[in-house]
Design a protein around this ligand. Structure first.
Ligand code: MN
Length: 256
């Protein structure tokens, strides 16, 4: 089995090494193609106005100056040109990708690109509190990901579907189980603009999430599952057509 590993945190991130380690428990044929720089939040963007630079930095290890989507295309169509790729793993992201995170996530987009290219693909993310000062519990993904990935592959991944996996912010022995869930909502009420002043008193801004506003996640969702120390497994599909609205609009516009 040939595995392509990518991420959005970049070629130097710890989570990428964790993902490669997970991949090597499944196969010896592991290839890494990951962004030169942190691409978190770039979603499924494609570099069309700048050239891609490819840098080999080790055996089967490449950095691309581009997005996670660029990396998967570069990996499949150029680095592994002609060779079959059996699995794409994207991650392990430093931080969860649940609810509406999946819309912004470069990690999820890496797996989505794999699915678009017809390859079984999974996104892996490790929930953690960035303000705690403690490192993420990478060992949780290391412990559980191989069996989950094997299970998903043995079960068969539908065409145009990718599987999004989030590990809870706890040690492996504290994990309560695996929950297969739909996407929840992280709630965009928390989203705001953080205004600051530079050394010359000119304003600059960060997109930020308020930590004060605590909203209970909806039961049975990926958001609730990881907060309850479950590993959340959520299949996502590329076709995002909303069937009920389509039916309503068809009735509205296609009268004859
Ligand atoms: Mn990231």
């Amino acid at each position: 089995m040939r595995i392509l590993v990518t991420n959005d945190d970049g070629i130097h991130s710890e989570g990428l090494d964790v993902c490669a380690e997970i991949a090597r428990t499944l196969s010896e044929d592991v290839w890494i193609v990951a962004p030169e720089q942190d691409q978190s939040g770039v979603a499924h963007s494609l570099s069309l106005n700048d050239p891609l630079r490819l840098r080999q930095i080790g055996d089967r290890r490449y950095a691309v100056r581009g997005t996670p989507t660029d990396c998967v295309i570069m990996g499949v169509r150029h680095v592994l040109d002609g060779k079959q790729v059996d699995l794409v793993l994207s991650g392990v992201n430093r931080g969860r990708n649940v609810g509406e995170d999946v819309i912004y996530s470069g990690t999820v987009a890496g797996a989505m690109e794999g699915a678009l290219l017809g390859i079984p693909s999974l996104a892996l993310s490790q929930s953690y509190k960035s303000r705690s000062g403690k490192p993420p519990f990478w060992e949780t993904g290391l412990r559980y990901a191989p069996d989950i990935i094997r299970g998903v592959l043995d079960n068969g991944v539908r065409k145009d579907v990718l599987v999004n996996i989030n590990f809870p912010d706890c040690a492996p022995e504290e994990v309560k189980g695996v929950a297969v869930t739909p996407l929840g909502r992280r709630r965009q009420e928390r989203l705001h603009i953080d205004k600051r002043l530079d050394g010359r008193n000119n304003p600059y801004y960060w997109i930020a999430y308020s930590h004060q506003l605590k909203i209970e996640p909806e039961h049975g969702t990926d958001v609730a599952a990881i907060e309850d120390r479950h590993i959340a497994v959520t299949p996502l599909k590329i076709d995002i057509t909303d069937a009920p609205t389509m039916t309503r609009l068809a009735k509205l516009f296609e009268k004859n």
